[in-house]
Design a protein around this ligand. Structure first.
Ligand SMILES: [Zn+2]
Length: 162
């Protein structure tokens, strides 16, 4: 396992669409271990997508306090419900937070690290983290959802990021 450096804006890899994982082989299992280790390397990291550590594949991990770590391969949003304006921060855009529109709840389909099909219904911070990480797989940053630059603010480094 290894802790990777997180790519930051405007790294071009963050704007690329990541590729689907076809086989969950040893290299994918190692990638997942590295992502989980990188996620927990510092406090306040809520989630991570593979492109953030330089790997353009559709794999995300989410680690929220009071929840077990979630690993999803080829995740897809099956359903979005409701709308809300919320603050969002990203490990790839350090030092800033922005207010954007997200769903109130989402249903996400994908596979776990053993290849088993899973379906997650989520609301609150977990729904936000799932939308945020799946956006990363599509080359989208929360900056792309800002209606204006005035919705971007500087923050203290200890606020949660994903
Ligand atoms: Zn992010």
């Amino acid at each position: 396992m290894a802790v990777f450096q997180i790519r930051t804006f405007p790294d071009p890899l963050l704007k690329q669409k990541a590729k689907r994982v076809t086989t969950i082989d040893r290299s994918i299992k190692k990638l997942i271990s590295d992502m989980i280790e990188t996620l927990h390397a510092e406090p306040g990291r809520a989630g991570l997508a593979a492109p953030q550590i330089g790997v353009p594949l559709r794999v995300i991990v989410i680690g929220l306090p009071e929840n077990e770590d979630i690993v999803l391969i080829n995740p897809q949003i099956a359903r979005r419900r409701g709308e809300r304006m919320i603050d969002e921060g990203c490990l790839s855009v350090p030092g800033y937070i922005g207010q954007i529109k997200r769903a109130e709840s989402v249903t996400v389909k994908g596979r776990d690290q053993n290849g088993k099909e899973t379906r997650i219904k989520a609301e609150g911070l977990l729904a936000q983290a799932l939308e945020h990480e799946i956006d990363h797989l599509n080359g989208v940053l929360y900056l792309d959802h800002l209606e204006s630059v005035e919705q971007l603010r500087k923050i203290e480094p200890e606020e949660p990021q994903m």
